[in-house]
Design a binder for this molecule. Structure first.
Ligand code: APR
Length: 257
């Protein structure tokens, strides 16, 4: 018996996607898990095992010890460069060729883009969009990335002002990028009854992104969650598909053909 037979996709899910004019795809860390990038809440292995991500991904942690925080992000950048988009990313790119699709992701990697999608919003920033933590100037150089995890690594120096260069991610307590918020809101407002919001691989714990599925629902869209386990948002979704992104999304897209 194949996985597909064990977990048939609900007919209502396929019908909703087939009939949708627009599809808003909201993705979180689970989207990239099968590419080999541990989800945020599972990412604390090895050197960083005993560090709470809530403490590493903060402006306070950066102010206290930039070399410690940079080492963690430099290793994450190395990991992202080393992996490939998975079948789920590729399915969403294919969906974009078949339907009007907008993607708003919480992920700071570039795997949707590398699969061929154009991403409307990186709501938590992009890890490779480096900028000076003092003057804000974009940093265009190629930072040196470690081949192995290291505990400390000096961040690059801003050529404009000599400040420390930081990753372009949104840390806890920081504002979301205005352009990403505007693009997400525009995509949400464009939804109409009969459209679909696919919510893939997010725990629904971090706001405001965790509120987007409910906003899609209030626009009249059919909200479908793809996640192997129950989450904070499962209850408000019209349909839940319990499976992984790389297993479920290609089957949804194949059913459109
Ligand atoms: N396919 C689909 N979903 C998966 C898979 C998979 N292969 N593997 C794991 N998941 C699900 C998990 O069940 C979980 O619900 O992905 C979700 C990952 O949750 P988090 O690690 O909390 O990721 P996310 O929701 O994106 O976190 C939000 O928190 O730390 C911040 O800025 C960070 O963007 C991140 C945000």
């Amino acid at each position: 018996m194949t996985g597909a037979e064990e977990h048939p996709l609900p007919a209502e899910v396929l019908a909703a996607v087939r009939e949708a004019r627009r599809i808003l795809v909201l993705t979180g860390a689970g989207m990239s898990a099968e590419s080999g990038i541990a989800t945020f809440r599972d990412a604390q292995t090895g050197l960083w095992e005993e560090f709470d991500p809530m403490r590493l991904a903060t402006p306070e942690a950066w102010a206290e010890d930039p070399a410690f925080v940079w080492a963690w992000y430099a290793w994450r950048m190395h990991l992202v460069r080393a992996v490939e988009p998975n079948a789920g990313h590729r399915a969403i790119a294919e969906l974009g060729r078949l339907r009007e699709v907008s993607i708003a992701t919480q992920n700071v990697d570039d795997l949707h883009e590398r699969a061929g999608s154009s991403v409307a919003a990186h709501v938590h920033g992009s890890i490779f969009d480096l900028r000076c933590s003092d003057c804000g100037a974009p940093f265009v150089g190629e930072p040196e990335l470690p081949e192995e995890p290291v505990e400390r690594l000096d961040p690059p120096t801003c050529p404009e002002c000599g400040g420390d260069v930081r990753p372009g991610v949104v840390w806890f307590g920081e504002m979301l990028p205005e352009d990403a918020v505007a693009a997400t809101e525009a995509a949400l407002e464009a939804l109409e009854p009969g459209d679909v919001c696919l919510v893939v691989g997010t725990s629904g714990l971090v706001f405001p992104a965790a509120g987007y599925p409910a906003m899609a629902r209030s626009e009249g869209a059919t909200v479908i969650e793809v996640n192997p386990v129950e989450t904070e948002i499962s209850d408000m979704c019209h349909h839940v598909v319990r499976g992984s992104a790389a297993q479920v999304l290609p089957r949804i897209v194949a059913a459109l053909g």
